[in-house]
Each structure stands twice: as structure tokens, then as C-alpha cells.
Design a protein around this ligand. Structure first.
Ligand SMILES: CC(C)(COP(=O)(O)OP(=O)(O)OC[C@H]1O[C@@H](n2cnc3c(N)ncnc32)[C@H](O)[C@@H]1OP(=O)(O)O)[C@@H](O)C(=O)NCCC(=O)NCCS
Length: 140
């Protein structure tokens, strides 16, 4: 195993990683738009195979969202998810100007809260913080 990292991922590989986690496949056109619109993408490769991804949605100011932190099951537990998430945090830190403050949101999958807590994230709800909330919009 020789893991390298790159800043791009194909829609096909992105959806393969989603499927490996039991997540729904994203419509290819929509997935392409999402990848293109991401502020930062990091993908892990083992040779030619894409084995992990993480991406950042950021408004360029105070609001950021980490999405799609995914590692293929056979590559989990090797520090890949941690490295990719840390790279996102490093990228954001490098963009910040003196006096800036950024809130980084994410929605942990069930049982993955501890992974993010080790990276410094705080679970909600908590003191002075309500629950994270979301909603699906669909169009037939
Ligand atoms: C969650 C996920 C991205 C973690 O990636 P990973 O590469 O397996 O994790 P790492 O090996 O980098 O682990 C980093 C640290 O987090 C810990 N960790 C990993 N998963 C954990 C979990 N579910 N709960 C608590 N701690 C966890 C590891 O033990 C390790 O601790 P250490 O630094 O003290 O050694 C991976 O399990 C995954 O892709 N899961 C399926 C998709 C998913 O649920 N993604 C999260 C979406 S919100």
C-alpha cells in the first residue's frame, strides 16, 4: 500500500466511495456540479485506485462545511480520514486573515462522532448549542 493524495476525483470514483459507505449515489450531473463548486477536495489514492475523499464547501468568509469524508472499508483505520480532514483544516487556516473566525459545520454519520471529536469538533446539542438540523429537497 502506497497512499498518495490528489486534489481531484472523478464523479465515478466519488459515487463508488459513497456506495461503499451505503450512501445513495448522486446524479452524475449534480455530483459534477458539487465537486466543481467545492472550495477544496482531497482524494486518497493507492496506485490508480481512489480509496478516500473529503471535501470542503466554504463561502470564502465565516461559514464552512465539511462533506463526504469517505474511506473505503479495507483502507479504514490507517489514518487516511484523519489526514484528509486535517488537510482541509490546514487549507482553511492558510486562507484566514488576522482577526478572522470561521465556523466549520459537519453532520457526523451515526457512530462517527468520536472520529471528529478527536480532530477537535464538538457534538451538538450541547451547552448553548441546539441540535444540528437538515432537510432533503427532491425534484421528480
Ligand atoms: C469515518 C471515516 C472517514 C474515518 O476514516 P479512517 O481513515 O478510517 O479514520 P482514521 O484511521 O484516520 O482514524 C483517525 C482516528 O479516529 C479514530 N476513529 C476512526 N473512526 C472512529 C469512530 N467511528 N469513532 C471513534 N474514533 C474513530 C481512529 O481510531 C483514529 O484514532 P487515533 O488518531 O487515536 O489513532 C471512515 O470510517 C469512513 O469512511 N466511514 C464510512 C463513511 C462515513 O461514515 N463517513 C463519515 C461521514 S460524516
Amino acid at each position: 500500500m502506497n497512499i498518495t493524495y490528489t486534489g481531484t476525483i472523478s464523479v465515478e470514483d466519488y459515487n463508488t466511495l459513497r456506495t461503499s459507505a451505503g450512501w445513495k449515489v448522486v446524479n452524475p450531473e449534480q455530483a459534477q456540479a458539487g465537486l466543481k463548486g467545492s472550495a477544496y477536495i482531497i482524494a486518497a489514492k493507492d496506485g490508480g485506485q481512489t480509496v478516500g475523499v473529503a471535501r470542503l464547501v466554504w463561502d470564502g468568509g465565516p461559514a464552512a462545511l465539511i462533506k463526504d469524508v469517505l474511506v473505503l472499508p479495507e483502507y479504514q483505520g490507517k489514518g487516511i480520514g484523519k489526514y484528509m480532514t486535517e488537510q482541509i483544516l490546514s487549507y482553511l487556516k492558510a486562507q484566514m486573515k488576522p482577526g478572522w473566525r470561521i465556523t466549520i459545520d459537519l453532520m457526523a454519520a451515526i457512530g462517527k462522532e468520536g472520529f471528529y471529536e478527536k480532530l477537535g469538533f464538538v457534538s451538538r446539542p450541547g451547552k448553548n448549542r441546539g441540535a444540528g438540523m437538515d432537510m432533503w429537497l427532491t425534484k421528480e
